[in-house]
Design a protein around this ligand. Structure first.
Ligand SMILES: Cc1ncc(COP(=O)(O)O)c(C=O)c1O
Length: 421
């Protein structure tokens, strides 16, 4: 498909008859101020970079066209909650990178997860099987919000395929939900095996691919039925836009779209533009995140102040070879988790306050190196007992290794650790 063929449907169409206001007919400055400059004649050029299109409503030559779009009989835009051109461009890009038939964007990763679950049939009387150590808000959605609406949830250790198999057989779940690399314990999901087990029992597999990104892993090609992202993270990559997206079949997208149209958790056009721009450098950034994270992990493992280090790129990670296989040797991600020796919350906080380069901010996947304390932020929704069961200790730190110089990152962590002794 050439560049002409990749033009977004609806972006330039339909302006043949609609013209700018003839200002000679209207002398009132109020009328002129409202309409002047709008609906200029259709240009004969295409902007290189997709424009931000903030319009909420759309005009067509014939009202029948508007009606046909409402009916779903032809493509186009009617109202921004139903879709808008800049958002379509972002969805198109994600679908291409995830090798999906289609994608659908949302205002946040959690909105994408929520609508995906509903659109894939999770509702009263249905059940879901969920990886035990997923992101805190996802955990809360499955263990609190959805059960309050009549959904049954069971947590499983996805590294134990027999356990998953047994749970599938007993529960007959609508879907199995896992993260490619879990947050924050960095367990790696054996997506091909999990999809075989889920499908054998009639369940769909939904994968949160936020940590791996399509640079490292494309779960749909490995058997998953839908892939969700917090696009806020590596996809955007610069910490300046909140968004979410699901990539899946055209048929599933249509069902999830019906949920979006009603619940309205849409991605805004400004954010879509930032995410689309971020996506262009995803492979470059990911390659650097991966190589930096490996250097930082190896450096941290040698420090006395660190009692436990988790990084899938190290041979001591229990799923190191699985990860090599799944990610094709392209790297192991930019996330490193570690336990500070004999640490409680106040010691972790002192460590964070001593950092100069790495930022203690509640997010991940940015160009900046970031540290987070799961017990008080990403996994605050869990009780202390739930955190202990999952394996999130009081001294656990999650680090999102940025794209700065790796020696600078490691030196900063070392000097901050030195202040604790
Ligand atoms: C793995 C994972 N999934 C989903 C989310 C939720 O994304 P958002 O904050 O964009 O709603 C997060 C947020 O940190 C996450 O880490």
């Amino acid at each position: 498909m050439g560049w002409r063929g990749s033009r977004i449907e609806g972006w330039r169409g339909g302006l043949a008859k609609i013209e700018p206001l003839d200002h000679t007919l209207y002398s009132d400055l109020n009328t002129r101020a409202v309409h002047a400059g709008e609906r200029l004649p259709r240009p004969d050029f295409s902007p290189v970079s997709t424009p931000i299109c903030p319009s909420v409503g759309y005009l067509y030559d014939e009202m029948d066209d508007l009606d046909a779009i409402f009916a779903g009989d032809r493509g186009g835009y009617v109202y921004a909650r139903y879709g808008s051109p800049t958002v379509t461009a972002f969805e198109h890009a994600v679908a291409v990178l995830e090798e999906a038939e289609a994608a659908l964007a949302f205002g946040s990763g959690m909105a994408a997860i929520h609508a995906t679950l509903l659109g894939m049939g999770l509702g009263a009387g249905r059940s879901a099987l969920v990886a035990r150590d997923v992101y805190g808000a996802t955990f809360a959605m499955f263990t609190k919000l959805l059960p309050s609406q009549g959904v049954t949830t069971q947590l499983v250790d996805i590294a134990d395929l027999d356990q998953v198999e047994r749970a599938c057989r007993e529960l007959k779940p609508t879907l199995l939900f896992v993260e490619t690399v879990s947050n924050p314990l960095l367990k790696v999901a054996d997506i091909p095996s999990l999809s075989r087990v889920a499908h054998a029992h009639g369940a769909a597999l939904v994968v949160d691919n936020t940590f791996a990104t399509p640079y490292l892993c494309r779960p749909l090609a490995l058997g998953a039925d839908a892939v969700v992202h917090s696009a806020t993270k590596y996809i955007g990559g610069h910490g300046d836009a909140l968004g979410g997206v699901v990539a899946t079949s055209a048929q599933r997208r249509a069902a999830i779209y019906e949920v979006l149209k009603i619940t309205g958790a849409n991605l805004g056009p400004q954010e879509a533009w930032l995410l689309l721009r971020g996506l262009k450098t995803l492979p470059l950034r990911m390659a650097r995140h991966c190589s930096n994270a490996l250097s930082v992990a190896n450096g941290l493992a040698r420090l006395g102040g660190v009692s436990r280090l988790i990084y899938p790129g190290r041979h001591d990670h229990p799923q190191h070879s699985l990860c090599t296989r799944l990610f094709g040797g392209r790297g192991y991600g930019g996330m490193v988790s570690f336990e500070l020796r004999n640490a409680d919350q106040s010691k972790v906080f002192r460590f964070f306050e001593a950092l100069r380069l790495c930022l203690p901010a509640t997010t991940l996947g940015d160009v900046y190196s970031l540290v987070l304390y799961p017990a008080h932020s990403s996994h605050r929704a869990l009780t202390a007992e739930e955190r202990a069961t999952v394996g999130i200790g009081e001294g656990l730190v999650r680090m999102s290794v940025g794209i700065e110089g790796p020696d600078d990152i490691l030196a900063d962590v070392k000097q901050a650790l030195d202040t604790l002794s």
